[in-house]
Design a protein around this ligand. Structure first.
Ligand code: AHM
Ligand code: MG
Length: 327
């Protein structure tokens, strides 16, 4: 180690960062901060489970399916249990919407927040040691605290999010979140068991060279999407597709790029879920200077009508998404 680095500060912990920035939040009385800390704690537990995958019997399919008909993996179910438990104990959340459950779950009638979460996205990558992620959106409850949950609490559009983020279980584990004042990224330091601020005020490059899409499905894309892809090839852009939304998004956030999951002839609304996959990433993208649309409309302006509603998704660097839209 260089002499000048001896005694160097190891930086801000997530906890301290949340506390220091609490006043930015218009209803600042510590509850949203506590909620973010609960999420971080559950993330540490899930991170531990993800790292153990392969050593103990937690990989592979559970033999059941979630409501969308996807095969549930053991780790999906485990992550759902971990996040639900942490948020229930924390007490700040009245209702939890999860990819893993058909209906929302009542957690605490006195909670002021509603959360929509995909506890472990990219399940097909679990067994092969490829990055996976957790995605979350947080809303303020609309109905009176203490009373029953209303439909209006649950089906809020993305523009109403008060915070959103993701955890990426990758070559290192990161938590990236926004409360509407920019985007900050924290890297997990295993030996200390803490997230540290590693990526302050993240900005998505205005333009980029990476396009991320499952091109194996190209025959079933619409003509404009096919033309846009041809344009990417004509410009000799770089194709990168992990098939793990958080990882693909995170790379494009850092390097500049576009992620597309368009409508296909089989799935006219694409594959991704508005409430717990697209809205959170749209909020983060916009806060970092990027754009998120369904090809025509801003993702965060879509009024949800169902918990598990799907939407085509175009997200990434501003110029790239605008160009894709122009096709
Ligand atoms: P999941 O919620 O069942 O894990 O599916 C979502 C995942 C995303 O992470 C990823 O971007 C996409 O599905 C990949 O889909 P495909 O295999 O059709 O390309
Ligand atoms: Mg998912």
């Amino acid at each position: 180690m260089e002499a000048s680095r001896i005694g160097e500060s190891i930086g801000f912990t997530l906890d301290r960062f949340i506390k220091n920035n609490q006043d930015q939040f218009q209803y600042a009385n510590g509850e949203l901060s506590q909620l973010l800390r609960d999420i971080a704690l559950a993330a540490k537990v899930v991170n531990r489970e993800v790292n153990k995958a392969g050593l103990i019997d937690i990989m592979g399919p559970l033999g059941s399916q979630n409501m969308a008909g996807d095969d549930q993996q053991k780790l999906d179910v485990l992550a759902n249990i971990r996040f639900t438990r942490a948020l229930k104990k924390g007490g700040e959340v009245c209702a939890l919407i999860s990819e893993e459950s058909e209906s929302y779950e009542d957690l605490n009638n006195n909670g002021k927040y509603v959360i929509a979460i995909d506890p472990l996205d990219g399940s097909s990558n679990i067994d092969v040691n490829v990055s996976i992620g957790t995605i979350f959106s947080i809303y303020r409850r609309i109905s009176k605290v203490g009373g029953p949950i209303q439909q209006a609490d649950i089906l809020q559009k993305g523009a109403e999010q008060v915070a959103a983020g993701y955890i990426l279980y990758g070559s290192s584990t990161m938590m990236v979140y926004t409360t509407g004042y920019g985007v900050n990224g924290f890297t997990f330091e295993q030996s200390l068991g803490e997230f540290f601020l590693s990526h302050p005020d993240m900005q998505m490059p205005e333009d980029g060279k990476i396009y991320s899409i499952n091109e194996g499905l190209a025959n079933s894309f619409s003509e404009p999407v096919k033309k846009y892809l041809q344009d990417c090839k004509d410009k000799k852009m770089t194709a990168r597709y992990i098939g793990s939304l958080v990882a693909d998004f995170h790379r494009n956030l850092l390097k500049g790029g576009i992620y597309i999951y368009p409508s296909t002839s089989k799935d006219p609304n694409g594959k991704l879920r508005l409430m717990y996959e697209c809205n959170a990433l749209a909020f983060i993208a916009e806060q970092a200077g990027g754009v998120a649309t369904d090809g025509k409309n801003r993702i965060m302006d879509i009024e949800p009508t169902a918990l598990h509603q799907r939407t085509p998704f175009f997200v990434g660097s501003k110029k790239m998404v605008k160009l894709a839209e122009s096709f």
